[in-house]
Every structure is written in structure tokens, then in C-alpha cells.
Ligand binder design. Structure first.
Ligand code: GLY
Length: 276
């Protein structure tokens, strides 16, 4: 973790806490926290997103709230600085949950969402070359995510990403998929995932963790069991932020590191790159 990343995370925790303290919804706190991370260019989301093998940034994001189980997401959106805001707009302004590809981009343009300043040069993709190389899926600099609980007792989870290294054009990960990258239910909790999306999708991790919370597991136990299942069954790699409606939380990962932080308002925000 660089000093800039640590400073950015502390700012994000302060922004989120300040909003909640002034009575804002968890939805706004999560959206604003993720917008700060997307704008920073320090993480793999928004301005810092990875490119797919054809040189194009196609980003994914989603958000879900636990009171009415409303959710919105965008996948393969291009050129936008804040995919998380596009996801919130899908949730609040449409009857749908997920918009994809060029039409997700057109939707965001309709709402005049801020665009990224730099566009990357497009590359020709030779599938012959791609399939002759052994592609190693790696997530660098991390998908960004946040969970929050507001004074009304509503939990919210959100996530935004530029994907993973070596992605085929058109690849979509767990982040925009409700139940995989995020889930939120006031009867169980809010979960936001990071890691290699292919494994997270196959276990439907966010919903699986919420189901265990619903059965009475603590956040720590729920996430530990589901991470173990991911590793034992399919050799996956992930990390999770988990928060319950009564304010208990856990941060756990099967990856060597996970840059994350928390703050309840007492003392200073805690930011670390490893949670045991
Ligand atoms: N978790 C981000 C991705 O796999 O795209």
C-alpha cells in the first residue's frame, strides 16, 4: 500500500462518516466513498481502471440497499469517471437492475455523468495470439468497494472495478452482478467483494455470506467459511467487506493483501493492507 493510497482511504472513511453523521443515507455514503476512490486514479476503478486486451477500459459497478432490496449495476461501461453513479441511476431511475456495454455508456451520457479525461489507444486483438499465451488472471491495485449502515438501520454495499489483468474484450466480472460482487439485506447484512471475479461468481459469494449471516453466523465466521469454500473448491482468490445491521463487521481475504479500512468515528480511521 502506498502512502497516497493510505491517505485516500482515510479521506474516504472521513467523507463517509461525515455524511452518515449528518443524517445522509448509507446509499449516499457508499456512492460518495466509491466516487472518491474512482476519481483518485490510485485504484483499479474509474480513472485508475485497467484496460482489456484491445486497449479499451470497460468498467463494471453495482450498488444495493438492504431495506427494499433495490439494486443497480452497469457492466462494460466506457469513458465514465464514476460508474458507481451510473449504477445508482440504473437503480433509481429505471425498472431494471443491470445495463451493459455501449447502451450503459449511452445511459450515463444521457445523465451527463462526468467523463474520463484520457482515452486509451485501441489495439487490434489477435485471438490466435491470445489463445497461444497462457493468460494468468490477476487483479492488481484492487477493485474498490464500500459498505455502510445509516441511522435508519439500512445497510448498503457497492463496488466498482476496471476488471483484472489479461481480460478478453467484453469480459465481465463479479462486480456488477448482484449476489456475486455485492449484496445487501437489512435482515442479514451488506457485503462487497474484491478479487478474481470468475471464482466469486461461481460461488455467488456476497449472497452466500449474507445467507450465513441470516442463519446466525457472525460476520467473521460467515466470511471465513465462504472464503474457505472458494479456496478449497475452486482455488479462487478474494476478499470481503461485511457489515451487519447491528453494526458488527469483518474484513477478511484469502489474497496475501487487501487494502481496506474502517472507522466508527472514535479515534482515527484504521487503514491496513492485511486482515487476519
Ligand atoms: N473483482 C473484479 C473483477 O473480477 O472484475
Amino acid at each position: 500500500m502506498t502512502a497516497s493510497q493510505a491517505a485516500c482511504l482515510r479521506t474516504v472513511l472521513q467523507v463517509g462518516h461525515h455524511l452518515l453523521d449528518r443524517g445522509a443515507s448509507a446509499l449516499t455514503a457508499v456512492e460518495q466513498a466509491i466516487r472518491t476512490l474512482e476519481r483518485s486514479g490510485l485504484f483499479n476503478a474509474g480513472a485508475g481502471s485497467r484496460v482489456q486486451l484491445d486497449g479499451v477500459r470497460r468498467m463494471d459497478a453495482s450498488i444495493m440497499e438492504g431495506q427494499d432490496l433495490r439494486a443497480g449495476g452497469v457492466a462494460s461501461i466506457e469513458g465514465m469517471l464514476h460508474p458507481i453513479t451510473a449504477a445508482r441511476l440504473v437503480m433509481e431511475e429505471t425498472d431494471h437492475v443491470l445495463l451493459v456495454g455501449p447502451m450503459a455508456t449511452t445511459f450515463a451520457k444521457h445523465f451527463r455523468l462526468e467523463r474520463q479525461r484520457t482515452s486509451m489507444p485501441k489495439r487490434r486483438v489477435s485471438y490466435g495470439t491470445i489463445f497461444n499465451q497462457k493468460q494468468v488472471a490477476r487483479e492488481r491495485h484492487g477493485t474498490v468497494g464500500a459498505v455502510a449502515l445509516d441511522r435508519f438501520g439500512t445497510v448498503v454495499a457497492g463496488s466498482s472495478t476496471g476488471g483484472i489483468d489479461g481480460m478478453l474484450p467484453g469480459r465481465v466480472g463479479d462486480t456488477p452482478l448482484i449476489g456475486c460482487g455485492v449484496y445487501a439485506d437489512n435482515q442479514s447484512g451488506a457485503v462487497s467483494m474484491t478479487g478474481i471475479g470468475e471464482g466469486i461468481i461461481r460461488i455467488a459469494m456476497a449472497k452466500e455470506i449474507c445467507d450465513r449471516l441470516d442463519e446466525g453466523a457472525t460476520p467473521k465466521t460467515a466470511v471465513r467459511h465462504v472464503l474457505k469454500k472458494l479456496v478449497d473448491r475452486i482455488h479462487g482468490s478474494a476478499g470481503a467487506l461485511v457489515l451487519t445491521p447491528d453494526g458488527r463487521f469483518a474484513i477478511r481475504h484469502s489474497t496475501p493483501h487487501m487494502i481496506a479500512g474502517y472507522w466508527t468515528g472514535d479515534g482515527e480511521p484504521v487503514v491496513k493492507d492485511s486482515y487476519g
